[in-house]
Design a binder for this molecule. Structure first.
Ligand code: CTP
Length: 405
């Protein structure tokens, strides 16, 4: 035994198994001991010799090899982390239902450490209600199921279902390893997250909008679901795939977003306003397209204020004891501006991001400081938006009273 963290890399039978070689390298090169446990079908894609050479350990797929060492129990027990990449629909189904007919599924049943699944499959399989329910079950139990990426699949087709890049899977694993077992501490809770950016129409073809991609809000929704919450995601103009196990409600404008958030918030334990809501909307909507006129300057656009949803939620708390979290995007004197905004809005926590042309928008990473009404600022180092999302839930969870309905 060494002091190095022990990682079990489960590989199930999909073409993306070749990408798991790169993931394996990242683990071994950063000081992890890795035991690869491929399924029999995984070996059709990448052979045993490759896994043994890259990991420096023998590999087995069945419980009948080295039986005297009781591998089906030992491997799971000794692991600090089990990551299954790629996780096929079949492996997710077996894990969700506790089947144990090979070494990997036995290992998943005996492991008491955090488990990360990185699914890869065709879009239809990922979207099938059976898979979605299996994913929701695994998340409810505390496993981290990473959302598949969108892009080219095995054949000529494209869609959601690609294994995320090895570096992204590795980043999630590192974060999970650093934090240890994460209990499903939001089980029985309803949380509402708003995401994306509102669009305020000027005429049928034009709008005032902003550059929010919605990724941080989606990360908040996915991580809350992973921690056991029932999640309503109010999404404004996002192009991201729906996170599995999350109810997604669409909203276009600030007024529509307000209506959807207030409706969902009526029985919510926590509301996180990650959406970039337009402060103003055009005073008038032109039902026909606004035309340019030769020799004439354009009419100035008159704007009116939109309601401040975060301030309204904070003042009214549609459900007593509700925790309300806001986001602040600041370009200058970030901390001072954040503190002033926390007081002005009246929320419990405020996640303050520094933004600029190259920062935050659309990027998978984020850096922030979280301010609260009753504690020290919590800095969140530069890292994946999921890591920031988990820190938000780490701060929200203890604020929630006895488990709700
Ligand atoms: N927000 C909201 N309703 C609005 C505007 C913003 O609920 N009409 C919420 C956002 O979802 C975010 C927070 O308020 O959680 C901060 O938004 P931001 O635009 O950064 O702050 P502003 O209130 O617009 O303040 P300023 O214009 O000074 O930046």
């Amino acid at each position: 035994m060494t002091d190095k963290p022990t990682v079990v890399l489960g590989v199930s039978g999909g073409i993306a198994a070749y990408k798991a070689c790169e993931l394996l390298r990242r683990f071994t090169e950063s000081g992890h001991d890795v035991q690869v446990v491929p399924t029999a079908s995984a070996l059709h894609f990448v052979g045993e010799a490759t896994w043994a050479a890259l990991s420096g350990r023998p590999v087995a797929t069945e419980v009948w090899e080295s039986v005297h060492e009781v591998p089906h129990v030992r491997i799971g027990r000794e692991a600090d982390l089990v990551v299954v990449a790629p996780a096929t629909a079949d492996t997710l189904a077996k894990a969700a239902h506790g089947l144990a007919n090979d070494l990997l599924t036995n290992t998943l049943l005996t492991a008491r450490c955090p488990v990360v699944f990185a699914p890869a499959m065709h879009t239809e399989m990922w979207e099938h209600p059976a898979t979605r329910e299996n994913v929701a079950t695994l998340r409810r139990r505390g496993a981290v199921v990473i959302e598949p990426a969108v892009g080219r699949l095995t054949g000529a087709d494209t869609g959601k279902g690609r294994l995320p890049e090895p570096e992204d899977v590795f980043a999630v694993c590192r974060e999970v390893l650093a934090r240890g077992v994460r209990k499903p501490d939001l089980t029985g809770r309803h949380v509402v997250v708003s995401a994306g950016g509102t669009r305020e129409p000027l005429d049928p073809v034009r709008f005032l909008g902003n550059r929010s991609s919605g990724r941080q809000g989606y990360a908040l929704a996915a991580t809350a679901a992973a921690r056991g919450a029932r999640v309503t995601l109010v999404a404004a103009n996002t192009a991201l795939p729906d996170p599995a196990g999350v109810t997604v409600v669409r909203a276009g404008t600030a007024l529509q977003l307000r209506e959807a958030v207030l409706k969902a918030a009526s029985d919510a334990d926590a509301v996180v306003m990650a959406a970039a809501v337009a402060d103003f909307r055009p005073a008038a909507y032109a039902t026909g397209k606004i035309k340019k006129r030769e020799g004439q300057e354009p009419e100035p656009v008159a704007l009116v204020r939109n309601p401040d949803i975060l301030a309204e939620l904070s003042a009214e708390r549609p459900r007593p004891g509700q925790t309300v979290v806001g986001f602040a995007a600041e370009t200058d004197d970030v901390l001072a501006a954040g503190r002033a905004k926390l007081a002005r809005k009246g929320c419990d926590l405020l996640v303050v991001n520094e933004v600029g042309e190259e920062k935050t928008f659309g990027s998978p990473d984020n850096e922030a400081v979280i301010l609260s009404t009753d504690g020290e600022p919590v800095p969140v180092p530069y890292g994946p938006k999921e890591a920031l999302a988990h820190t938000v839930w780490d701060l929200v969870a203890p604020r929630l009273g006895a488990a709700g309905a």
